[in-house]
Design a protein around this ligand. Structure first.
Ligand SMILES: [Ca+2]
Length: 202
């Protein structure tokens, strides 16, 4: 006789949740007292993550935990970059929170092992509230890459937090030159990959 084992639905649901998160790998949450293995250049990001709003800045919201990368240290005039260690792309997506300026002077780059662009995003929400964005990296699994958070603008700044690799996109993945806009001009979302950088894709 075949014996059937009845598993409570609650245990099944818990197992599904655990499985769904097993592939998520945190790459940058900026919760420490330093940027750890991220390389810091320039002055805009300081020597350690910000704990939120910096002096002279409107209230920053939408980041996770106690810290984030905030390039407003020294005001909009300051510039600098944060570059991650090299990593191998092993997941279908990279998700992250981003806010701040809309120009390409404030952006996140995904660079290949030679330092050439794979993808780039300028936030464009033009506010101090961070929002989710996702990159589709499924076509580049096995390749080596780095992330670079860039503020080379003297009129804007960038906010970034909670970067993680996952097999699940947090939001609809960005496409080349994707643009979405809604609401009033001041609060509109305009996310775009930079035209000239498409030429450098692997
Ligand atoms: Ca954080």
């Amino acid at each position: 006789m075949i014996k059937l084992t009845i598993v409570p639905v609650s245990i099944l649901l818990f197992s599904m949740v655990v499985c769904a998160s097993q592939d998520d790998i945190l790459m940058g949450d900026f919760e420490g007292k330093s940027y750890e293995d991220w390389k810091v250049e320039g002055t805009a990001f300081g020597r350690k993550p910000a704990t939120g709003t910096l002096p002279g800045q409107d209230v920053v919201s939408g980041f996770k935990g106690r810290g984030l990368a905030n390039s407003f240290l020294g005001g909009n005039e300051a510039t600098g970059t944060l570059t991650s260690p090299e990593f191998q792309i092993k997941s279908n997506y990279i998700n992250f929170l981003i806010g701040g300026g809309k120009s390409k002077g404030t952006r996140i780059d995904l660079l290949n092992g030679d330092g050439h662009y794979i993808m780039s995003i300028a936030s464009g929400n033009q506010s101090e509230s961070l929002e989710w964005a996702s990159w589709d990296t499924s076509g580049r699994i096995g390749k080596w890459a780095r992330l670079r958070i860039v503020d080379e603008s003297t009129g804007e700044h960038i906010l970034v937090d909670h970067i993680y690799r996952s097999d699940t996109p947090k939001v609809a993945p960005l496409l080349y030159l994707q643009k979405a806009a809604h609401g009033r001009a001041k609060t509109s979302i305009s996310i775009s990959l930079l035209k000239e950088q498409q030429q450098n894709v692997w």
